[in-house]
Design a binder for this molecule. Structure first.
Ligand code: F6R
Length: 644
């Protein structure tokens, strides 16, 4: 979703901001802008330049601007309050334009604040919630609504005239940007990652955070802030992940950190050990293909160190073996693709550990009253570790007494920090909006958890767990085989689907869970409507959709329900469906009903989700490319969904 960058130092800010914004493009956005300090003529002003559309457009506009600024802030916006437009793009400014801010998150009480500020004479130029922040900071800084000279009396008069119980402006103003930001934050209910500049404090960027990520770093040529480490990793690998309620004041010569009262604090420095190459295309035409091709490595890396002395161990669980043994119910809570990883986990946990497991969309879980006891384990799965619904569900589950275990790809992310224990999926930075390698990392991690629960509950012997662990590791080579050999088959299948208006993904057992992920991948990147159904449910409704040429994509690998799935496909064939099947290598018979067959190597059914998903990812990508879609940045989607 939205992205923040900021820089103050002795280099040209505009180049650093544009490069940072480009790094944040993967998160999804619809407009972009920067605020640069302009000291021409000896008086500092803030110049704001904004564009709807891609950062490249903003870059072209800036190329024509002679901006010598060495301090500035930038933003990519994903519209929530107000449509994508120049007026709604960030940065937003105070009435007199001397303060500019960029903000990620949602201000829940913005309507009340806006009314209150308007009554005191503030003028608003956008539909955003963010803009109230700029005016609150302005009041705290100048003590007035209209600028450094004229406003305090006008503000007070407006208050009296309206008879409204508005909070008094901080007249005569604190004239300290950091203090003004702190004060503004006391008025705001909601989530924010915020960076502000002020023409009256050249070179200073004031930063605040609550429930929206902010990272800060000090490089050789200045101080940097961003909402994602990827935007500042060129400058430094030692970063401070700001905690909720912490503030930072960036200046060219250094950074100071304070708490909500303004008392100095010593921040924790985190070293980033992944390489920027991992966030670049490395010769692939797009990030999505690169990330699909990285999946064998993800499987291997996620398993490293898990089998020590012949025993499966997940030390980061944060639960003792006795506590694990007491668990009598598991909820997997997640959204989107991560939710689909949960569907696969349900099969494994119930089969191996015999513990009832429910999978719930976090957005639903948080507003239900689920049955939670101290022996309930809640597993929160989130690639980004920032998803607002998943975070809210974690908090709710913990209040109700559950142990919460996080599975995420991002070290130090809110999901990691707010859970009792965490497994990192070792996918490394995922850039394409559509999740691929993270999904595989999640399924492997959840498989480990299921094996551990089964071992602790004595449902599987240590020997059985060891054997299954080995086979789990074999999926790395099996994925590689698919990548090496099935390209042409996938291309042919994509040609058969590309002009359809809709497609059905079907399977049974594990295949039904995988079908969900196949359908989501196809719709999100190719904009072709797709739905997933348990194949046995077809004749209860969806079969009515099938007419000659309608694509049905089936997962029919060798499994205990193979014959049943084939029978369901025959019903589709009889109605003229165009059938694409993901089948087990060596299954020649399937070609009798399938128009196109994509093979995966023979694999135990329990692990088929890991391998059979790969051709579906590739199929979705091929179809999307054939339909002229941007596979890395699909429309309307954001990589990290930080709003409800
Ligand atoms: C689909 C996709 C989304 C995410 C969902 C949850 O390819 O990426 O459906 O899976 O928004 O995101 P995380 O896993 O970051 O919580």
């Amino acid at each position: 979703m939205c992205g923040i960058v900021g820089y103050t130092g002795d280099e040209l800010a505009k180049d650093i901001l544009i490069n940072g914004l480009k790094r944040l493009e993967y998160r999804g956005y619809d407009s972009a802008g920067v605020a640069l300090e302009d000291a021409t003529g000896g008086v500092t002003r803030i110049d704001v330049i904004r564009r709807v559309g891609k950062v490249a457009g903003l870059e072209s506009e800036l190329a024509g601007v002679d901006a010598a600024a060495t301090c500035g802030i930038g933003h990519t916006r994903w519209a929530t309050h107000g449509r994508p437009s120049m007026a709604n793009a960030h940065p937003h400014t105070s009435c007199d334009g001397r303060i500019a801010i960029v903000h990620n998150g949602i201000i829940e009480n913005f309507a009340e604040l806006r009314e209150e500020l308007a009554q005191r004479g503030h003028t608003f130029t956008s539909d955003t919630d963010t803009e109230v922040f700029a005016h609150l900071i302005e009041e705290a800084y100048y003590g007035c609504a209209t600028g450094p000279v004229a406003g305090a009396a006008a503000g007070a008069a407006a208050d009296m005239a309206s008879g409204q119980a508005t909070s008094a402006p901080a007249a005569p103003g604190c004239h300290d940007l950091m203090a003004a930001v702190r004060e503004a934050c006391t008025r705001v209910v909601g989530a924010y990652g915020l960076a502000a500049v002020c023409a009256d404090e050249p070179g200073v960027i004031a930063v605040a955070r609550k429930d929206s990520p902010i990272v800060i770093g000090r490089g050789a040529r200045g101080s940097y802030v961003a909402s994602d480490v990827i935007a500042l990793i060129d400058a430094t690998r030692d970063v401070v992940v700001l905690e909720d309620g912490q503030f930072a004041r960036l200046a060219p010569e250094g950074i100071t950190y304070t708490d909500a009262e303004g008392a100095p604090i010593e921040p924790t420095v985190t070293h980033i050990d992944w390489d920027i190459d991992m966030a670049e295309k490395g010769g692939y035409p797009d990030f999505m293909l690169k990330e699909i091709c990285e999946q064998p490595r993800v499987v291997r890396d996620t398993l490293v160190g898990r089998m020590t002395g012949g025993e499966l161990s997940i030390d980061e669980l944060g639960l003792s073996l006795e506590e694990l043994n007491l668990i009598d119910r598991v909820y997997v809570i997640a959204c989107g693709t991560s939710y689909h990883a949960g569907l696969i986990a349900k099969n494994l946990i119930e089969m191996w550990a015999r513990i009832p497991c429910e999978v719930e969309a976090a957005s639903e879980f948080r507003y239900r009253n689920p049955i939670i006891t101290p022996s309930t384990l809640v597993v929160a799965v989130s690639q980004s570790g920032e998803t607002a619904d998943t975070l809210a569900a974690i908090r709710d589950a913990r209040i109700k007494g559950a142990k919460v275990f996080g599975i995420t790809n991002v070290v130090g992310s809110p999901v990691a920090r707010e859970s009792d224990g965490v497994i990192y999926t070792k996918a490394n930075k995922e850039i394409a909006v559509a999740s691929t390698k993270s999904f595989i990392g999640q399924v492997v991690s959840l498989t480990l958890l299921a094996l551990l629960l089964a071992q602790v509950k004595y449902r599987l012997t240590v020997g059985q767990v060891r054997m299954l662990f080995r086979e789990l590791g074999d999926t790395a080579e099996q994925i590689q085989w698919i990548l090496d050999t099935q390209k042409d088959a996938i291309h042919e299948a994509a040609l058969a689907c590309k002009d359809a208006r809709s497609a059905l993904f079907v399977g049974r057992g594990m295949g039904a869970a995988i079908a969900n992920e196949g359908a989501l991948k196809l719709k999100e990147i190719s904009y072709l409507h797709a739905e997933a159904y348990a194949a046995g449910e077809m004749k209860h409704g969806p079969i009515a959709l099938i007419d000659p040429g309608f694509p049905v994509i089936a997962i029919a690998t060798k499994s205990p329900v193979y014959d049943k799935t084939v029978s369901n496909l025959k019903e589709c064939e009889a109605r003229g469906a165009k059938i694409v099947v993901v089948a087990t290598e060596g299954d020649e018979d399937i070609a009798q009903i399938a128009d196109h067959v994509i093979y995966i190597p023979p694999v135990r059914d329990t692990f088929s989700a890991i391998t059979a998903t790969v051709p579906l990812q590739l199929l979705a990508r091929e179809v999307a490319l054939m339909r002229g879609c941007d596979v890395d940045q699909p429309r309307n989607l954001a990589k990290s969904v930080t709003v409800e």
